[in-house]
Design a protein around this ligand. Structure first.
Ligand SMILES: Nc1ncnc2c1ncn2[C@@H]1O[C@H](COP(=O)(O)OP(=O)(O)OP(=O)(O)O)[C@@H](O)[C@H]1O
Length: 575
């Protein structure tokens, strides 16, 4: 709840107004039976004037009850929408500061459940607090006092009723609260499963994995359902249980009044308000019980949001450092790296230097650490030991804007967003001119197919870029990387879906049109990087060799082996 206090402060006027409405609404609810009793007495005493006056008062009280009820909903909604919207935005902003390791720690699916489903639970909780939690205890206390005042000698019946209700409520709420944690956990799991399926829908379909995926989804869904049913089971026992207790107590009191009516004839007039107060008490207890449950459910969600807010980003930039572009040189100094959830180092004692404007190729077997090295260069992770420098500055000391302006990273998996082609390219440079769009597209060999669309750069990219081929997506993401004009461009196996001819054209265009850009080219095939100024050969996380293609052919057995194997494979494919 501490997390919400500063947010409530932002809406203090609405909070005050909601509280005033709650007090008036509780007064109207409690005073009605008393006034009704008064009218009954006046009718019996044939006091016409008083009956008219008090009936009018009764109508006024009804209207007050409706008006304050409506205004209470209005202010409670304003507070709820405002607080949750602010909290959601702050949580989202916090997630934006997360490194890849932070995101991995929670899982992206869990973060999206937290942003949507948990926020909904918090919304329900705040609404409940302002609609019920303050109003109902007032009504509860008022009805207890008035029930006791109505027939003081049976005060103990109220105590018995409250004790029984408390026992029932405590057991039920304790059982249900334990299940809310499980509910959110299963929700994360189910969202993860659905997200994975939707992202990999092509793989699932092509490998005919539909039935297996459905079975797995159904199993997770059944687990969630089981928790829900258990919650529902406990929930369904509360209502009849509480009703039974109340009617037993009412029957007992009515029976006792009946047996002593001769000694207390005036008790006839108090039976109706007494029953009314006991029923109001029952209603208030039930609502408070439900509110407590909703709040404990919201608290679980609040704790999950607090976890996000308390997480320290493990890659922190120096925002005081200048935002100017760093230079184009790269230096790895004895860098080793282990993934946060890994046990073995993925990179081991890597040291190398690259001069501005050079083209560097990185080759190595699958899993040798090429992408990891690129991720350290873009500071998606920090090295476990050693330093990475760009333009002579240790990346731990630089400003984030400066780094993003300096390094442009084209990922191994080309990801486009829904919008137009131009929208996607402009993610690289927001104010890119049509000329700049076209130039980047030309270098990436994308211009040809873009010009075939009637709308050219305004052609729509559908969700998950389903209307583009793998090669087209790669070309567009290369263009997006180029357009920023950053001094360092990382291409992580970004031409793998291109035919050999197009790949060559992209390389030639890069060399010719971006001669001052330091290009880091990660590739499976040596032919893709053989013209680079320098090639780094990675082997199980170690830098096995470094040099030009010709030098490596003479000095590096690993490089020779990879090259010969790839050449032999190529020859076989030609035959
Ligand atoms: N996010 C991660 N968490 C834990 N381990 C990871 C993570 N990403 C990669 N790894 C592990 O690190 C090692 C190096 O992976 P990396 O992706 O850097 O290799 P690569 O040389 O780029 O491979 P490929 O050529 O197949 O893309 C692998 O053993 C991989 O399992």
């Amino acid at each position: 709840m501490k997390l919400l206090l500063p947010y409530f402060k932002r809406y203090k006027k609405d909070v005050f107004a909601a509280l005033v409405m709650i007090v008036f609404s509780a007064f109207a609810t409690l005073y009605q039976p008393r006034l009704l009793q008064q009218v009954q007495n006046e009718l019996m005493a044939d006091q016409q004037q008083a009956v008219i006056r008090d009936t009018a008062l009764l109508i006024g009280l009804g209207l007050l009850s409706i008006l304050t009820g409506v205004l209470n909903v209005y202010f409670a909604s304003r507070i709820t929408q405002g607080v949750v919207s602010d909290l959601r935005e702050d949580t989202y902003a916090k997630i934006q500061t997360f490194s890849l390791a932070n995101v991995q720690q929670f899982s992206s699916e869990s973060l999206s459940v937290r942003l949507i489903n948990d926020m909904q639970q918090i919304m329900n909780m705040i609404m409940t607090i302002f609609m019920q939690l303050i109003r109902m205890p007032l009504i509860l206390v008022g009805s207890i006092v008035l029930a006791v005042v109505t027939i003081p000698r049976y005060w103990w019946a109220i105590v018995v009723l409250l004790a029984l209700m408390l026992a029932l409520g405590t057991v039920a709420i304790r059982q249900m609260t334990a299940m809310f944690d499980q509910f959110q956990m299963y929700m994360d799991k189910l969202s993860g499963r659905a997200g994975e399926f939707l992202q990999g829908v092509r793989v699932v379909k092509s490998f005919n994995q539909g039935p297996q995926e459905i079975a797995k989804f159904n199993q997770d869904s059944d687990e969630l359902n089981e928790v829900n049913i258990k919650v529902g089971y406990w929930f369904s026992t509360i209502m009849p249980g509480a009703q039974l207790i109340s009617y037993l107590v009412i029957s007992l009191v009515v029976y006792l009044i009946g047996t002593s009516i001769l000694q207390h004839p005036s008790d006839v007039a108090v039976i109706s308000p007494y029953v009314n107060y006991v029923l109001t008490m029952l209603f208030a207890i039930l609502i408070v019980g439900m509110a407590v449950m909703q709040i404990s459910r919201g608290n679980v969600s609040l704790r999950r949001i607090q976890e996000v807010m308390d997480t320290q980003p493990d890659v922190v930039f120096n925002e005081k450092a200048p935002e100017d572009v760093l230079g184009g040189s790269i230096e790895f100094d004895d860098v080793s790296f282990t993934y946060p959830d890994g046990t073995k180092p993925v990179l081991k004692h890597i040291s190398f230097k690259v001069q501005p404007g050079q083209m560097v190729g990185i080759v190595g077997a699958t899993g040798s650490g090429k992408t990891t090295l690129a991720q350290l260069l873009a500071r998606l992770y920090d090295p476990t030991t050693g330093t990475v420098k760009i333009g002579g500055s240790d990346l731990r000391q630089v400003n984030e804007t400066a780094l993003r302006k300096t390094v442009s990273y084209v990922l191994q998996k080309a990801i486009l967003f829904s919008g137009t082609i131009a929208d996607n390219l402009r993610q690289g440079k927001q104010d890119a001119t049509p000329y700049e769009l076209e130039r980047a597209a030309q270098i990436a060999q994308a211009n040809e197919f873009i010009q075939r669309y009637d709308e050219t750069f305004d052609h729509e990219v559908e969700e998950r870029s389903a209307n583009f081929s793998g090669g087209q997506k790669q070309r567009l993401s290369i263009a997006r990387g180029i357009i920023a004009g950053s001094p360092i461009l990382i291409l992580d196996d970004s031409t793998s879906a291109l035919d050999a001819e197009s790949e060559k054209l992209v390389q030639q265009a890069l060399e010719k049109q971006l001669p001052e850009t330091t290009t880091v080219m990660i590739a499976e095939k040596i032919v893709s990087v053989m013209h680079a100024d320098k090639i780094l050969v990675l082997d199980e996380g170690r830098l096995a060799a470094e040099g030009t293609h010709e030098e490596l052919l003479k000095t590096s057995p690993i490089y020779q082996e990879i090259y010969q194997t790839q050449k032999a494979k190529e020859r076989k494919e030609e035959i």
